[in-house]
Design a protein around this ligand. Structure first.
Ligand code: SAM
Length: 256
């Protein structure tokens, strides 16, 4: 199965929808709004003058927000539509980011540049079959002492919705709409994999990264699925049998 072509077609379709959505609110971004949330900003720290690689950057709002904060940014994404939109935004805003359209693992095999920071966030890992290759891409792209930051939706939330928590040998292949409010029943095929948190952590440790922080939170910054409730000033929550489900987790690690 050519999962990269299937997922690329889906993300190309989703990009068109996302660019028109209030969820991504591109006009506010153009007007100067930063798309980053407090949790990733805190874990990244100051990015002023740092060389930063953003993996699975979608159409580049976070990459360009980091650019506005003074980083020299490079974004990589599988979707050619997303990368075209990212390049368009970058030149419209007179920012100086580099964008590459590629599978992150294939990018990693060609890349010989080493970065101060590698960043990736929110809905990235389920598209990747092999976390050891993912972690190798990150480790090889980091300078010694460089920092890795991941902020991801918590897989316990997927478990509660009926998906596997632990990795299995086969992918989940489904038809699904996207997560923005304007999706309007437009479904496309997605090929995804489950990854437990321990598999993520172990993959990073095995490539020589030292985990400095691991954070879990019941508050998601995004209203991107059903049955979420908003808690003023904190974010979106969901309950299971009356108790809060972890919505997101974050890892900060340093390359030794
Ligand atoms: C949910 S989005 C990431 C969200 C992102 N933080 C944002 O700004 O909205 C997932 C992204 O992963 C990309 N993607 C999926 N599989 C990929 C792969 N194998 N290599 C590179 N990018 C991939 C998709 O094209 C999509 O843009």
């Amino acid at each position: 199965m050519d999962y990269l072509s299937i997922n690329k077609a889906t993300w190309d379709k989703r990009t068109d929808i996302h660019l028109e959505s209030s969820f991504y609110d591109v006009q506010s971004f153009i007007n100067g709004k930063c798309s980053l949330n407090p949790i990733e900003k805190e874990l990244l720290g100051s990015v002023e003058s740092l060389d930063l690689l953003h993996l699975q950057c979608h159409f580049g709002q976070d990459t360009l927000s980091l650019n506005r904060l003074g980083a020299k940014t490079t974004g990589v994404d599988l979707s050619s539509k997303a990368i075209a939109a990212a390049n368009h935004l970058s030149s419209k805003l007179s920012l100086d980011a580099n964008f590459f359209c590629d599978d992150i693992v294939q990018f990693g095999e060609k890349n010989d540049k080493q970065f101060d920071v590698v960043y990736t966030s929110y809905g990235v890992l389920c598209w990747l079959p092999d976390l050891s290759q993912w972690a190798k891409t990150i480790s090889n792209a980091l300078k010694s002492g460089g920092k890795f930051v991941l902020v991801e939706f918590h897989p316990i939330n997927d478990l509660v919705q009926g998906y596997d928590y632990f990795e299995k040998s086969s992918a989940d292949i489904e038809k699904e709409g996207t997560y923005t409010e304007n999706c309007d029943g437009k479904e496309s095929t997605i090929v995804t994999w489950s990854h437990s948190v321990s598999d993520v952590i172990q993959a990073l440790i095995k490539t020589g990264l030292e985990i400095k922080q691991y954070i879990e939170s019941p508050y998601s910054p995004y209203d991107c699925e059903q049955n979420l409730q908003y808690v003023d000033g904190k974010g979106f929550v969901k309950y299971h049998k009356g108790n809060l489900i972890p919505q997101i987790y974050a890892i900060q690690a340093i390359k030794k």
